[in-house]
Design a protein around this ligand. Sequence first.
Ligand code: DX5
Ligand code: ZN
Length: 217
Amino acid sequence: MGELLIAPSILSADFARLADEAAAVADAVDWLHVDVMDNHFVPNLTIGLPVVQSLRKATDVPLDCHLMITDPDRWAVGYAEAGAHNVTFHAEATDEPVALARRLRAAGSLAGLAIDRDTAVEPYLELLPEFDTVLIMTIKAGFGGQAFLPELLDKVRAVKRARGDLAVRIEVDGGINADTIGRAAEAGADAFVAGTAIYGADDPAEAARALRRLAGA
Ligand code: DX5
Ligand code: ZN
């Protein structure tokens, strides 16, 4: 599936300095991961569409929007229209994942499907042709800084087996750091979200480069 993608999560960045925080990693990363939480789908509240619209103007790094929200059918397309490169919604939050993926692609973004900790991936494997990315949570969605759950890599393996020749990326999110990224890569992940491990480091760009090396790129 080609090169590995590194996506720092701005959840661990300084929200008052997002343009600077994006610039700090721009040369070292592929995507900027933007965690949108609504205090409903998950018990945490972060940022929404206006911030993504502003961030899009403030950086050239492609935005990878991870919508942890109720009712993505209502909101997700707005993120594509705002210029997000990839828009990922949760499988648990919609009854019409294929219809929404098609609307996202029609609006000009990639379409991503996220699978939270307690959700089996098998029912979704037949939908892979409709998606560009599958985001396997390696924690329970909601907060940064949680410990990586290695048993969730079985879902990465299942997607990898089912993917065949499809150009769908397997993204992992949660607890990815220097100790865990190698295991995720071995399981088949090819896009890696990291919040604490990048923005919690003294030199975020160097931390991102180190993660890329450890992932085997
Ligand atoms: C949590 C978010 C993650 C979070 C990861 O629900 O989806 O993207 O930022 O943070 P770390 O890398 O600290 O686990
Ligand atoms: Zn995320």
